[in-house]
Structures are given as structure tokens and as C-alpha cells.
Design a protein around this ligand. Structure first.
Ligand code: LCS
Length: 393
């Protein structure tokens, strides 16, 4: 594709495509673990990095490269590395930046395992971590010490839907020469591009919006910095957290409709959030598209839309929430998010159960919090389902 066509949807459909000898319109799955060298010299040149090409699928593969090019294009970035899962990307991010005695500052309400990994394995390797409410940029500055090597924020957070001002955190971090990585999974590149707001690295769980069909897991790290990209690729190859070609093909295919899905789900989410906010059995609703969200203005500043993830609390706490989750019919009681189907789950007993109750409460993950990932079904059906389930409480 010529670089003169630069619209988001054009890139979603075409970026990463290449012409093969048969004129395939769709990027094929190169289902091969290894690649034949033309001769001994060619093999040596590939290993020395003196010529472009493929050696072995753990290190690189044409289908995976196509996906990486598409992902980089969607974040207006130069480089992307695809991983076996979002957690594969998270672990490669940590392993690329953190050595013994180093320190990381992160959002208290990050995805549970992103925090759990630091509190277990990386702690035992001698890496210290401070978890704070990064929605207060000054708290970030206070948490920085002489050993801080990475600031890792998630915005909006899973599941508290709290925002962090990426521009402000990046400005503070860069005064101390510290890189900033942003988990952009909840917003997707349709609604937010952290690199353009000053971040150095973007992380995605591709399992969510980018693939969008709840049929594959995957992850990515995206950057404009070639040295950082090389580090990620090396970490991926050593740890073996690479994606496989079939997985890459699936994500490549799903990503073509990314903005159609995200915008439709967002339209539905606003209708659902308004319905919930006006329902007498609902205690509170957290959705960046509602004026009641404490960071409504920040959402308008750094996001192109509020997305389709929301959390809410039912009056009557966990038991009432359990009745709701057991009574929904159209919405599925399942973890994960960002797919075409509406999902409901309870973070305190599911996705964030690995955190202590104190850590959960400090991060705002209360026992009554229900997380709702709004799909692309008809809004009136999603609302009718919630209404009948709320009537059972
Ligand atoms: N980052 C965020 C914000 C996530 O929500 C998840 C997964 C990950 C990273 C990890 O990605 P994965 O390895 O699963 O591709 N979030 C999940 C959730 O909320 N429910 O199930 C998985």
C-alpha cells in the first residue's frame, strides 16, 4: 500500500499486506517453523543481520511480520513485536527493562496478573515495585526513586475505568529519563494513541478489541525507538513468547474491522451506561462518556471516545451483583472483553482475585463492582436483558 493512503480504516484493512507470487489478496498463513537458506553465505548473512529475511518462526515469520506492520501503523508507530498473549508482552516488557535492584512504578489497578507478576517472580529476582493511583501525576513523581527504570500505566484501568493523564506522566517521567509504557488495551488504537501523547511504549492484549472475536489470545509491544524494539524482539526470542502464524493470521483478519466494531460498541455502551445510571437498583456507574465520571474532561482531552467498557455497583453489594450475573441471558458471564459479544464478570472474585483484599480496596476494586464489556449486538436487546436481570434482584 502506498503511504499516501493514511486513514485509520485504510490502514486497518491494508497495512502489512504484501504481494506474493500468486497475487493473494489476503496475507497467507506461512505455517512453517523454519526457512530454507539459498546457500551457506545467505544463512550466515541472515544470522549476522546483514540481509532481511526469515530464519526460524520463533524469531520471525512473514504472517507475523504482516501483523506487526499493521499494529505499528494503527498506533502511528515505526515498530511492533507480536507475542503469544498480552501477558507474554507484559513479561517481555518487564524483562527488557528491569534488572536486579531496579524499581518500577505502576498503576495500582492494572490488570491483576500484570501486577501479580511483579509481586511474585520479579520480586524474587530483586525488582521492587510501587503501585499507586497514577491518575494523580504528582503521586507518580513522589514514587520515583534513583532505581526507577520504568513507569507502567494502564488507562483506562481494568476494571475501575480510571484514567491517567498520559501527557503529564510522560512529561514527569522524561525529566528523570525514565521511559513510560502504556497498556492501551481498553481504549484500543481507535480511541487513543499513547505514543502521540508522549509515551515511549504501547502494550496491547490483542485478545481484546484488536482481534475482537474472542477466538484467539495475543499481545503486542509497539514503539518508535529502534533500540527498545530490538530489546523486545530479543527478549521474545529468548523466552519463546512469540506468536504463531495461525494466531497472527486471525488477529490480522480481525483487526480489519477494528474501528467499525469499537465505534458500534461505544454507541451501545453510552446507551447502556445511561440506562444503568437511571436505574433505581444501581448505586453507581463508572463510564468516561457520562458527565458523572470524575475524569470526563480528561477522557475528552486524550481519547477520541469513551469506549465500551464500564463498571457499576448494584445496591445490595455482592449478593445482589451475583443475582444479576446469574440472571443475565444475552450477556455471557465470562472474563475477557472487547469482543463482539457482551460479557459480564465480577473482578473481586474473578480477574482480580489474585490480589489481596486490601490491595483490591486500595485500587478501588470493591466487592460490589460488576464489569461490563458491551458488545455490538443491538443496544435495545442488551438493555432489555439487563432490565429483566435487575428485576430479579
Ligand atoms: N492488559 C489488560 C488491560 C488486560 O485486560 C489483559 C487481560 C491483559 C493485559 C493480558 O492479556 P492476555 O494475556 O489475557 O491476552 N484481561 C483479561 C480480563 O480482564 N479478563 O480476562 C483476561
Amino acid at each position: 500500500m502506498s503511504t499516501k493512503y493514511n486513514g485509520f480504516d485504510t490502514k486497518a484493512v491494508h497495512a502489512g499486506d504484501f504481494k506474493d507470487q500468486f497475487g493473494s489478496v489476503v496475507t497467507p498463513i506461512y505455517q512453517t517453523s523454519t526457512f530454507e537458506f539459498e546457500n551457506a553465505n545467505h544463512g550466515a548473512q541472515l544470522f549476522a543481520g546483514e540481509t532481511d529475511g526469515f530464519i526460524y518462526t520463533r524469531i520471525g515469520n512473514p504472517t507475523i511480520r504482516s501483523l506487526e506492520e499493521k499494529l505499528a501503523a494503527l498506533e502511528n508507530a515505526k515498530f511492533a513485536v507480536a507475542f503469544a498473549s498480552g501477558m507474554g508482552a507484559v513479561s517481555a516488557l518487564y524483562a527488557s527493562f528491569l534488572e536486579q535492584s531496579d524499581h518500577i512504578v505502576s498503576t495500582a489497578a492494572v490488570y491483576g496478573p500484570s501486577r501479580g507478576l511483579l509481586e511474585t517472580y520479579f520480586k524474587s529476582f530483586g525488582v521492587a515495585a510501587t503501585f499507586i493511583d497514577t491518575s494523580d501525576p504528582f503521586a507518580v513523581e513522589k514514587a520515583i526513586n534513583g532505581n526507577t527504570k520504568l513507569i507502567y500505566i494502564e488507562t483506562p484501568t481494568n476494571p475501575t475505568i480510571t484514567l491517567t493523564d498520559i501527557e503529564q506522566v510522560a512529561a514527569i517521567a522524561h525529566q528523570y529519563g525514565i521511559p513510560v509504557a502504556v497498556d492501551n488495551t481498553f481504549a484500543s488504537p481507535v480511541l487513543q494513541n499513547p505514543l502521540e501523547l508522549g509515551a515511549d511504549i504501547v502494550l496491547h492484549s490483542l485478545t481484546k478489541f484488536i482481534n475482537g472475536h474472542a477466538d484467539i489470545v495475543g499481545g503486542a509491544l509497539i514503539t518508535n525507538d529502534e533500540k527498545i524494539d530490538r530489546k523486545f524482539r530479543k527478549t521474545m526470542a529468548y523466552f519463546g513468547t512469540n506468536m504463531d502464524p495461525h494466531q497472527a493470521y486471525m488477529v490480522y483478519r480481525g483487526a480489519k474491522t477494528l474501528s467499525l466494531r469499537v465505534l458500534r460498541a461505544q454507541e451501545n455502551a453510552l446507551a447502556v451506561a445511561e440506562f444503568l445510571e437511571n436505574h433505581p437498583k444501581v448505586g453507581w456507574v463508572k463510564y468516561p462518556g457520562l458527565k458523572s465520571h470524575p475524569q470526563y474532561d480528561l477522557a475528552r482531552k486524550q481519547m477520541r471516545g469513551p469506549g465500551s467498557m464500564l463498571s457499576f455497583g448494584i445496591k445490595g453489594g455482592l449478593n445482589a451483583g451475583k443475582t444479576l450475573m446469574n440472571s443475565v441471558d444475552l450477556a455471557k458471564l465470562a472474563v475477557s472483553l472487547g469482543g463482539v459479544e457482551t460479557l459480564i464478570q465480577h473482578p473481586a472474585s474473578m480477574t482480580h482475585a489474585s490480589l489481596s483484599k486490601e490491595a483490591r480496596e486500595a485500587a478501588g476494586i470493591t466487592d460490589d463492582l460488576v464489569r461490563f464489556s458491551v458488545g455490538i449486538e443491538n443496544a435495545e436487546d442488551i438493555i432489555a436483558d439487563l432490565e429483566q436481570a435487575l428485576n430479579k434482584i
